[in-house]
Design a protein around this ligand. Sequence first.
Ligand SMILES: Cc1cc2nc3c(=O)[nH]c(=O)nc-3n(C[C@H](O)[C@H](O)[C@H](O)COP(=O)(O)OP(=O)(O)OC[C@H]3O[C@@H](n4cnc5c(N)ncnc54)[C@H](O)[C@@H]3O)c2cc1C
Ligand code: HEM
Length: 407
Amino acid sequence: MLSTESAKTITATLPAVRGALGEITALFYEKLFTARPELLRDLFNRGNQANGSQRQALAGSIAAFAGHLVAHPASRPDAMLARIAHKHASLGVRADQYPIVREHLFAAIAEVLGDAVTDEVARAWDEVYWLMAHALIAVEKRLTAEAGVQGGGGWRPYRVAGRVQETEEVATFLLRPADGAPVPPSRPGQYVSVQVQLPDGARQIRQYSLSGQLDGGLQISVKRVAAGHRAGEAYEDPAGEVSSHLHAHVHGGEILHVSPPFGEVVLSEDGEGPLLFASAGIGCTPVIGMLSHLAAAGSRRRIITAHADRSPATHPFRTDLRRLTDKLSDATAALWYEEELGGGDGKGAVTVRAGLMDLTQLAIPAGTTAYLCGPVPFMKAAIAQLLASGLPAERIHYEVFGPDLGL
Ligand SMILES: Cc1cc2nc3c(=O)[nH]c(=O)nc-3n(C[C@H](O)[C@H](O)[C@H](O)COP(=O)(O)OP(=O)(O)OC[C@H]3O[C@@H](n4cnc5c(N)ncnc54)[C@H](O)[C@@H]3O)c2cc1C
Ligand code: HEM
């Protein structure tokens, strides 16, 4: 809990810190990566740094944590802490790296806010930083211990035992432990971090959801991020580094270094209530992982899967979705295709519609728990539709394939 003195100082300075977050984060990363270039090369996602998507996440979460502490002194924002701690645990972030981040973050705050950062202000924000850091360190320690990690990160070598081209853009990689030890346990919906060595020597890390149940192994499915123009922009964004590398150079037999499974957006196995899975594009990977688990367990729950894609040809796991829907005793699937409907997809328990997904067209039973995954605009629309259909917010869970900047 924050001391009363610091709570007053934080309340007084929070608007200034929030107002300067963009400047503070830019300067923080510049200082951090100048002092410790290996962190950008081998730990942080340099694609996110280049496109700006991670920039606000770290400092923004500290401001959000501070706001929570002053508004609700008796509680902690556990959901936010869990998301960050799972990500850190999968990346192998260590407790001894927290003072490094603190040093460069506080140097950036002092430089941007200048004389406003008196000793009293610095002390109050230091208290917030360490309250958050210690909370994260404690959760990260528990998560890594549960995953059987002995310290120094949980990276293990896996041999690529096979590759399946799901669509032109998406490939599934089947991974088996190369050290002969058993596969670590996972929960449906979780992801692993995968490290690859790129041609310039950098060791970049990305997360991939487990997209199925492979006996004695793990299965991930990766969409190749091609170079292309964002709407309204003249310049071309470069191709994604890790996904392009995996697609171009990993065909079977190679070794990849992979973390144990982590991730807090997991299928709740309590109760027998109805489930709704809504995904778009490559967001189907955790959904297919969860459906495979439910089908293997012989679940009798009412299950509705909704998926949106450009066309049947771009829809990964289209035939697996039908197979799993048919195998489950009370499941239906609703598909939305934007460009082309294709023939023969909409039979039996599977329906096909044209255009963008609209969940208000589905009869969603009372007591449904929903899991969403896809691009942020898709999830914003899906959440609004589910709320409009009467689903309470606490029953809506979502996974973001990038830094969670809040939906
Ligand atoms: C929990 C979680 C689960 C995930 N699960 C999956 C999954 O199951 N399957 C899957 O395919 N993905 C998944 N992802 C996404 C995955 O981790 C990667 O983000 C994705 O593969 C892209 O990585 P990349 O290295 O290919 O692209 P990056 O190199 O990281 O590039 C990302 C974007 O940034 C842009 N960019 C890069 N450099 C610049 C620059 N200089 N200027 C402007 N823009 C730039 C690129 O054009 C691209 O659009 C998941 C992510 C998370 C967080
Ligand atoms: C109190 C201190 C810290 C806070 C509040 C914090 C917060 C965050 C947040 C909010 C994210 C994004 C999570 C998401 O995906 O939604 C993140 C990711 C990350 N953090 Fe931290 N973090 C802290 C300390 C550290 C430390 C000490 C390191 C290691 C040097 C670190 C390394 C990373 C990395 C590498 C990522 C992923 C970046 C990416 O994929 O772009 N963090 N952190």
